[in-house]
Ligand binder design. Structure first.
Ligand code: GCU
Length: 381
């Protein structure tokens, strides 16, 4: 199929006909928390697994955590550095991923934690500084521990090599399945193993863990949190197509474009929706609904039209209805996208759009800290 140039014209966005999170596939209304959690939520999770992201296998035989000392600690005045090799074994094979963890030297233990899924490759010299992209110093100053892993240590971000990590080593049978694990599911799996570590580390409060990812790693963060309810707060930044943005708007990057450029991110079944977004039995607002009743925050950048900021806001606005309709909480997104100026920081669901381009910046992190403080509180306060 020939590639169609991206649409950036709002008047050309098709009329949105979105599946209703509160009506089951058989057409029954979903009104209670019981029906939602026991029936509709698993149904929606399976729709995403089957048609889009693929499975996130949960089984393995053994997991171990060992501290290694490989890098210099650039923040040694205020934080301790733990470099942790997480080794996971299944059926006699072992995969190892590296987690870099900074924990404040002072403050009250255990510390809430921010995990960043970092899709950028590790610095070949082993340097751990990421400045505005990963604001270790700021987070530590505010009383948070923070950790990150490079996505490539779980699954290489390469269409020919993506299986040369956890997929090929631990779960090779997934490669033969049309709804099998691919790179985004593998990165989500990596975040879960980091969470396994947090649960074992007494300096970290795993019950107050925040999952952050930018762009492709934001897609993985959302999918990780849909699968793993241990995350208290989920923050995908500018995650766009296949992340926060509604697919059926076909604004900016489309399903066909993403499947062509990055065929290793999503499962094989997703390719059937190239140019046919209207046939998808779900859309990304339903991914938001899977996070509830935990807190979720989306962020966009004004010039990042490729990621469809309006589609990201709309999916938050529509998907967060689950908090009021099912969980009886008050959520307010009164403004239209065009009217938004300030970050919407409120209990359970938040959003901001900042000026500028596709990136993860200190300005973004500051709003995340405000949202997290409102939603989780801090022990030392
Ligand atoms: C590409 C891709 C996006 C992705 C982005 C990123 O632009 O098309 O879907 O979010 O890379 O990860 O930075």
């Amino acid at each position: 199929m020939a590639q169609i140039p991206p649409n950036y014209d709002e008047s050309k966005v098709p009329d949105l006909i979105l599946p209703d999170p509160f009506v089951s596939l058989k057409g029954n209304p979903i009104l209670t928390r019981e029906d939602w959690e026991n029936f509709r939520r698993p149904e929606i999770l399976r729709l995403f697994e089957e048609n889009m992201y693929g499975q996130v296998p949960k089984d393995f035989d053994d997991i171990s955590f060992s501290e290694v000392t490989k890098s210099q600690n650039p923040y040694s005045n205020t934080a301790i550095l733990k470099e942790v090799d997480i080794k996971v074994s299944r059926k006699g094979k072992t995969h190892s991923m590296r987690l870099n963890v900074f924990i404040p030297k002072s403050g009250s233990v255990p510390f809430p934690v921010f995990l960043l899924i970092n899709y950028k490759p590790a610095d070949p010299s082993g340097k751990l500084v990421e400045t505005d992209f990963w604001v270790v110093e700021e987070l530590v100053k505010q009383g948070y521990a923070t950790a990150s892993f490079h996505a490539e240590t779980v699954a290489p971000d390469d269409k020919d090599k993506f299986a040369e990590g956890v997929i090929g080593t631990l779960y090779p049978e997934q490669l033969d399945q049309k709804d099998g694990m691919r790179a985004l599911s593998a990165w989500a799996w990596g975040a879960m193993r980091a969470m396994d570590y947090f649960e074992k580390e007494s300096l970290i409060d795993a019950k107050r863990a925040v999952l952050v990812g930018h762009s492709r790693a934001g897609k993985a963060a959302l999918w990780a949190s849909a699968n793993d309810t241990r995350w208290a707060v989920t923050i995908p930044n500018e995650s766009g197509c296949g992340g926060a943005a509604l697919s059926k708007r076909k604004f900016g990057e489309t399903v066909q474009v993403i499947n062509t450029s990055f065929p290793h991110w999503f499962n094989d079944n997703f390719k059937a929706f190239n140019g046919k977004e209207e046939l998808l039995p779900m859309d990304q607002h339903m991914l938001v609904s899977l996070i509830a009743p935990r807190a979720v925050y989306f962020s966009s950048a004004r010039e990042d039209r490729w990621a469809d900021p309006k589609g990201e806001y709309l999916s938050m606005k529509l998907g967060s209805r689950v908090y009021s309709q099912i969980y009886g909480k008050t959520i307010n997104f009164p403004l239209d996208f065009e009217e938004l100026k300030e970050p919407v920081i409120q209990p359970f669901a938040g959003y901001h759009i900042r000026e500028g381009e596709h990136d993860l910046t200190l300005e973004d992190w500051k709003s995340y800290m405000d949202f997290v403080e409102m939603n989780l509180g801090r022990k030392d306060k």
